[in-house]
Write a protein that binds this ligand. Structure first.
Ligand code: COA
Length: 354
């Protein structure tokens, strides 16, 4: 059976920054509240669309793997904020990057979407259905922020990350095991209201739309499920928490990350955190964090990396990955978003719904 191994990685974070101090100007909040409750200092706001960020991140990942876009035979985009319902963001990315030999599919498992994408890619590679899969996590959550809902508007941001997973015969490296879970009885804990087929056409557009959640319940479930997923996946592959070199968790809240790491018995040095700069970019957080961990030299050849995530659904997941020999990109890409002159606040204000 073929192993799926990560050979390329990349990210795209849009240039416009929205700081906590910016948010103080448009809602009843403070930098102190946001930072102490979540660990977030600022986030990015995208001036173009989800598929544009996804395409840039994907091109970096393909170059890092030393491949051309035509080498990709499956292109998966994990997102709950696609540009449109049809076509998929993945098909849009395919056209933008010229990955013409790929099948395309979007995955919506909210913030766990990237790990679901890795799981689908790993299964397709193991089953012989694909050999080079581009998995992208990309979100433009700023489109759904409601500035009257301060409990959620301060937590989310925009961004994309990507990996290339390739078939390998080396049993020592790649995705060793995964656990993906969901409890649909908890759908009401985290939702984006006034979207989809149940949203009646006569209802007032936009003003009521919001990301809504029961923060404390999510928090409690997140810590339990992520720690459980990590230990289950390690047990599945005959390893223990002591074997873990680096935990790359979904970046939703620093307190959730700290509590999960504590439950797993990991030290802060074993956990990668970048939430202060980007907030929660949903399916984007893990591939962005992995890319930055590599850029900062936090990943070494042969390391055991554990990924954990949770999100709306509720969904959760864990993956154990043995890193290969290469921690530097083969090639660099000059892919970038089009220029932007606006500030984060100006972009938020320009949305029709604010
Ligand atoms: C949302 C979250 C940060 C709130 O932290 P908390 O400690 O649970 O805070 P509470 O909800 O108890 O709110 C405390 C107070 O702060 C207020 N508050 C809420 N948002 C605020 C904001 N942006 N600025 C200032 N005050 C705020 C509340 O109104 C409440 O006031 P009250 O005590 O007068 O009623 C936290 O619950 C959390 O991160 N949960 C997980 C959310 C998550 O990760 N979701 C994504 C899943 S992928």
């Amino acid at each position: 059976m073929k192993r799926a191994t990560v050979t390329g990685w990349g990210k795209c974070v849009p240039p416009a920054v929205l700081s906590n101090f910016d948010l103080e100007q448009v809602m009843d909040t403070t930098d102190e509240w946001i930072h102490t409750r979540s660990g977030i200092k600022e986030r990015r706001v995208c001036h173009v669309e989800t598929s544009d960020m996804a395409a840039v991140a994907g091109q970096h990942a393909i170059a890092a793997a030393g491949l051309d876009p035509e080498d990709i035979d499956m292109l998966l985009v994990a997102t709950c904020t696609p540009d449109r319902l049809i076509p998929s963001a993945a098909a849009m990315v395919q056209a933008k990057i010229g990955a013409h030999n790929a099948g395309t599919l979007d995955i919506n498992a909210a913030c766990t979407g990237f790990l679901y994408g890795m799981g689908i890619a790993t299964g397709m590679i193991a089953g012989g259905l694909a050999t080079r899969v581009l998995v992208i996590g990309a979100e433009k959550l700023s489109a759904f922020l409601n500035l009257r809902e301060r409990t959620t508007a301060v937590l989310f941001g925009d961004g994309a990350g990507a990996v290339v997973l390739e078939a390998s015969d080396d049993p020592e490296e790649g995705v060793l095991g995964m656990e993906l879970g969901s409890d649909g009885r908890l759908t009401q804990l985290l939702t984006v209201t006034h979207t989809g087929t149940e949203y009646p056409p006569e209802a007032p557009p936009y003003e009521e739309r919001t990301i809504w959640m029961e923060g404390r319940e999510i928090f409690r479930n997140a810590v339990v499920k992520m720690a459980e997923a990590a230990s289950n996946v390690l047990e599945q592959v005959g390893l223990t928490l002591e074997d873990v070199d680096l935990l790359v968790p979904h970046q939703a809240n620093i307190r959730i990350i700290d509590a999960t790491a504590k439950r797993m018995g990991l030290s802060p040095e074993q956990v990668y955190v970048n939430i202060a700069s980007y907030g929660n970019t949903s399916a984007g957080t893990i591939p962005i964090a992995l890319t930055e961990a590599l850029e900062e030299g936090r990943v070494n050849p042969g390391d055991l990396i554990v990924f954990v995530a949770f999100g709306g659904g509720l969904t959760w997941g864990g993956a154990a990955v043995r890193w290969g020999r290469r921690t530097k990109p083969v090639n660099a890409s000059d892919a970038a978003l089009p220029p932007n002159e606006k500030t984060g606040l100006q972009l938020l204000a320009a949305r029709p719904r604010t």
